[in-house]
Design a protein around this ligand. Structure first.
Ligand code: NAP
Length: 332
């Protein structure tokens, strides 16, 4: 089967991908976005699809939902001619040029430039009981916004694991449904921003189990409680609950790259030049959470998406001019 030839392929569907698509389509690069398939852990739109109220994206004085923001960004990209395919890119070959990409629907395509904006996905504690109950809809989740409103969680004591902004956000969201929210955190202070932590600590429906680890999840078909271990004394105790939401950070979605781009030890893509989005392969750019383990904000992701599109545009112009000159010299 022959490959479809593309100029610029953008992989991902969060703020980085859509911003890159807006810039690239306005620059007549005719980009195609592979926004990904819907699965249990991934939905097109990325992490913001799980965020209820975004209060810190400039230009929206009233909070807006993550789904709304992503839908608006997608529409904006489509308005300028961006084509969107709801498939994953399963593998890439960056050793060839044009680059070769294989899509989950079976198509092979070539691209003269690629922007990787595949984001990051939720981490789990790694307990077999957690995995079993999460897989079977047994009251264990990594997304309060997706699952919190389910009837089974109403008027229950719900546990949130983690101490970062995500855990704060999940806990606050769950107070709408729960009788009580208990945050289980492994240290004695939160990693979360002060404003979020203060909001949580002021909330009468939320309490915190400090210096505690979840070491087991009880329940056959549905969670009935968690086994906590004190990180100092190693003492164990059971906390009865009707749901557990794990919010302990994220892992960048880079597996499909199969080692073809340089990655940091934590798995994020290396962009070797500061304030640039170029990667270890010329013509391949990275934007958003997949290359940013530090800021990880919608607005910074959008900013790097813009940078990646501008860099791809300049790189393509330069590269093609160079290739044309080389051909002319060879003919002469
Ligand atoms: P994070 O900041 O990396 O926090 C992860 C939390 O999980 C930490 O408290 C960590 O504990 C804990 N943790 C990690 N592994 C664990 C394990 N195996 N067992 C128990 N606890 C574990 O991740 P995040 O909360 O997802 O936030 C990611 C980024 O997104 C941050 O930059 C954050 O500011 C941003 N964010 C912003 C907003 C907002 O502005 N509204 C909302 C969500 C996220 P330690 O503290 O002990 O390491």
């Amino acid at each position: 089967m022959s490959a479809t030839q593309e100029t610029l392929v953008i992989i991902g569907s969060g703020p980085a991908a859509w911003t890159a698509a807006v810039y690239a389509s306005r620059a007549n690069l005719d980009p195609i976005v592979y926004e990904g398939e819907i699965s249990r852990e991934m939905v097109p739109g990325g992490q913001l699809m799980f965020t209820t109220d975004i209060e810190n994206f400039p230009g929206f004085p009233e909070a807006l939902g993550g789904t709304d923001l992503m839908e608006r960004m997608k529409q904006q990209a489509e308005r300028f001619g961006t084509r969107v395919v709801s498939e994953n890119i399963d593998s890439v070959d960056f050793a060839q040029y044009p680059f070769v990409l294989k899509a989950s629907g079976g198509a092979t395509l070539t691209a003269r430039a690629v922007i990787v904006a595949t984001g990051a996905r939720a981490n789990w504690l790694g307990l077999s009981s957690e995995e079993r109950l999460a897989r079977t809809g047994g009251g264990v989740s990594s997304c309060a916004v997706c699952d919190g409103a389910l009837p089974s969680f109403r008027n229950q004591r719900l546990v949130v694991v983690g101490g970062g902004d995500s855990a704060m956000e999940e806990a606050l969201y769950l107070t709408k449904f729960a009788s009580e929210v208990v945050i289980v955190h492994r240290r004695e202070e939160f990693r979360a921003s002060k404003v979020m932590a203060d909001r949580v600590l002021r909330d009468p429906k939320i309490r915190v189990e400090w210096n505690s680890h979840v070491v087991d999840v009880h329940g056959d078909d549905f969670i009935t409680g968690v086994e906590l271990e004190d990180t100092n004394t190693r003492e164990r105790r059971t906390l009865a609950c009707g749901g557990m939401f794990v919010a302990i950070g994220h892992t960048p979605n880079t597996r499909f790259l199969n080692g073809q781009l340089a990655l940091h030890d934590n798995g994020y893509i290396v962009t070797p030049d500061s304030w640039r989005t170029n990667t270890s392969v010329e013509g391949v750019f990275a934007a958003g959470d997949v290359m940013d383990s530090y800021y990880r904000q919608a607005v910074t992701a959008a900013g790097t998406g813009c940078m990646a599109a501008l860099e791809a545009e300049r790189w393509l112009a330069h590269h093609e001019e160079h290739a044309a000159t080389a051909t002319e010299s060879a003919v002469a």
